[in-house]
Design a protein around this ligand. Structure first.
Ligand code: KG4
Ligand code: ZN
Length: 332
C-alpha cells in the first residue's frame, strides 16, 4: 500500500510517497524561495499560481524518484486545512482529480498533523504519548500526541509564529527571505549574549507563546544600533537565542508537568542547528528523550502528509470528493 501526500499550504510544493511500513519512497519539494525573495515574503496569489505551474511535473518527478507508476498509488492524502486558501485549493483540486481518475481514496489532512508525523516517519517506533513542538513560519504549538490522530493542544502562539519573527527581523536587517536559515548561519559568528532580548512568557506557567513583543523590541534595538552591518552577527545570534530559549524552556516545562518523557521537534524552525543541539543537551539533563527529524522532513513536504493520511486511512477516516479547504481549523 503506497500513499501519495501533497502539500501546497504555503510556498513549497511538496509531493511524497510513503508505504504502509512508513518507508519513504520519494519526497520531492519545489521551493518558491527565489520567487518570494524578490518581495521579501510570500505573496499568496503568486504562490498559488506557482503551485499550479509546477504541480503536474512535480508529480511525474515524484513517481520517477520512487520508481513507480500511477497504478502503484493506492490513496491520495492532501493538506486541506491550515494555510493560504488559494494555495490549498491547488493541491486539493489536483489531489481530487488524481483520486477520482485512479479510483482510490482521498484523505484530507490538517497541515499541523502532517508536521506531527515527520518525527514519526523518522522513527516509526516512537512511543505514545509524546510531546510535539511544532515551530514554523505560520504556526508554533505544543501538542501532546496521545496516539494516532489523538491530540491535546497545550499551547499555541498568541500572535507571531517563531519562524515569522526570524523572517521579519531578517527582512528589517536587509537579509534575504526566508530569514530563519540566514539568521542561523550568521549566528555562528555572533555572540548570543551581546544584546539582551526578552524571552516572552518563558518563565510563566502559561503554555502559550507570544513573540510579537520580542519582534518590536528587536526592531527598536535595530534603530538604536546605527551601523547594523557592523553588528549583524551579534544581533542575529542574540535574537535567535531569545527565540530558542523561549521554545526550549516552555517545551521542557510542559514535558515535565505532563510527564511526557519523549519530545519531538518539527516545522521549519526545527532545522535550526542551535535549537537542535541546545534542546538535546537540556533534555538530557532532565532524562527526557528528543527525536529530531532530518531537516528535509522539518520543513513543509509531502511525505509527512502521506504518513498522516496513511494512519487516517487505516482508521477509515477518508474524505469525500466534496472536500473543502480551510485556512485554519482544529486538529481533530
Ligand atoms: O515548516 P515551514 O517550511 O513552513 C511553514 O509551515 O511555515 O517553515 C518555514 C519557517 C520559516 O519561517 C523559516 O525562516 C524557518 O522555518 N526556518 C528556520 C530554519 N530553516 C527554516 N528557522 C531557523 N533556523 C533554520 N535553520
Ligand atoms: Zn508547515
Amino acid at each position: 500500500m503506497n500513499v501519495l501526500g501533497i502539500d501546497t499550504s504555503c510556498d513549497d510544493t511538496g509531493i511524497g510517497i510513503v508505504d504502509d511500513r512508513l518507508v519513504i519512497h520519494a519526497n520531492v519539494v519545489a521551493s518558491q524561495v527565489d520567487l518570494h525573495a524578490r518581495t521579501g515574503g510570500v505573496v499568496p496569489e503568486v504562490a498559488a499560481r506557482k503551485h499550479l505551474e509546477v504541480i503536474v511535473p512535480l508529480f511525474e518527478e515524484t513517481l520517477r524518484c520512487a520508481h513507480m507508476a500511477r497504478d502503484d498509488i493506492h490513496a491520495i492524502a492532501v493538506t486541506n486545512t491550515h494555510g493560504l486558501v488559494g494555495c490549498l485549493l491547488v493541491g486539493v483540486g489536483f489531489g481530487k482529480a488524481l483520486a477520482f481518475s485512479l479510483g482510490v481514496p482521498l484523505i484530507g489532512v490538517h497541515h499541523i498533523e502532517g508536521h506531527i508525523y515527520a518525527p514519526i516517519l523518522q522513527r516509526p517506533s516512537l512511543p505514545f504519548p509524546h510531546l510535539c513542538l511544532t515551530a514554523a513560519g505560520g504556526h508554533t504549538s505544543l501538542i501532546a500526541v496521545d496516539g494516532h490522530h489523538s491530540y491535546r493542544i497545550l499551547g499555541e502562539t498568541l500572535d507571531d509564529a517563531a519562524g515569522e519573527v526570524l523572517d521579519k527581523a531578517a527582512r528589517a536587517m536587509g537579509l534575504p527571505f526566508p530569514g530563519g536559515p540566514v539568521i542561523n548561519k550568521l549566528s555562528l559568528h555572533g555572540d548570543p549574549a551581546s544584546f539582551h532580548f526578552p524571552r516572552p512568557l518563558s518563565r510563566s506557567r502559561v503554555r502559550n507563546f507570544s513573540f510579537s513583543g520580542l519582534k518590536t523590541h528587536f526592531l527598536r534595538q535595530l534603530r538604536e544600533v546605527g551601523d547594523v552591518q557592523a553588528r549583524i552577527s551579534d544581533l542575529a545570534a542574540s535574537l535567535q537565542e531569545a527565540v530558542i530559549a523561549t521554545l526550549i524552556q516552555k517545551t521542557i516545562r510542559a514535558a515535565l508537568e505532563e510527564r511526557l518523557s519523549t519530545i519531538t521537534l518539527t516545522g521549519g524552525v526545527a532545522a535550526n542547528t542551535r535549537l537542535r543541539s541546545l534542546i538535546s543537551k537540556t533534555a538530557e539533563r532532565y532524562k527526557l528523550t528528543v527525536c529530531l527529524p532530518g531537516s528535509e522532513l522539518c520543513g513543509d513536504n509531502g511525505a509527512m502528509i502521506a504518513a498522516a493520511g496513511l494512519l487516517r486511512l487505516r482508521d477509515g477516516l477518508v474524505s469525500g470528493l466534496d472536500l473543502d479547504v480551510r485556512s485554519t481549523g482544529d486538529l481533530a
